[in-house]
Design a protein around this ligand. Sequence first.
Ligand code: ATP
Length: 227
Amino acid sequence: TGVFGGTFNPIHLGHLRAAEEVRQALSLDRVLFVPSRIPPHKHTDPDDPIADSARRLRWVERAIAGHPDFSVDRVQIEREGPSFLVDTLATIRGRDGTGTAPPPVFIVGQDAFAEMGDWRAPERIFALADLAVMTRPPGHLRHLADRLPAIVRDDYDIAADGRAALHRSAGTRIDLVPITPLDISSSRVREECRAGRSIRYLVPESVREEIEESRCYAARPAARAHG
Ligand code: ATP
């Protein structure tokens, strides 16, 4: 099982194609999309808002509708308080009553991978799950050692070609998965919305329609430049 976490603010074609390529490359049976819950009180930039959880969840549902191996997991959205990946992975592992299922595969872009040392309980995350590290522009990661967080570096034996690493004690692995570079980000989508430009072909059509109707990323009147 692949576990694809993200804010998905909003989900875009970069996310979707990435998940599809990783699913095929690693022969995953299914991919769970896990939108993170952003607490309503969390201070965010009023000029660059995070859409509420229900919306982000609905967009993910719409975007993956019809893919037999993709589904949405509400574990983070429904949990009170901030969502930590370590808890999510423990919950997902706990669903396997027998304890014999292979570890879940956390799917992450090379940018987020490099920052995982700052996440809650990184050592536990790396021991709980396999990782699929996807290339993402700008740049094209060629060797896992270039982005593997320092805090877990000594836990791994890295293959000479840099494409795979094995956790010495936990047995979990990391695979580098080169994918088609699609330089699309949620920030870019929001930026286009604020500027009143088209987001067609950056996000699925059904999602585009909902975003445009809701105007949830439109520039606030007060923030609009005058003259
Ligand atoms: P933002 O621009 O708001 O920071 P984002 O586009 O990075 O958002 P997230 O929901 O934060 O989207 O990303 C979730 C995961 O998907 C991360 O691991 C990220 O690296 C990965 N990801 C997002 N877009 C791409 C892409 N175009 N190619 C490969 N991986 C991607």
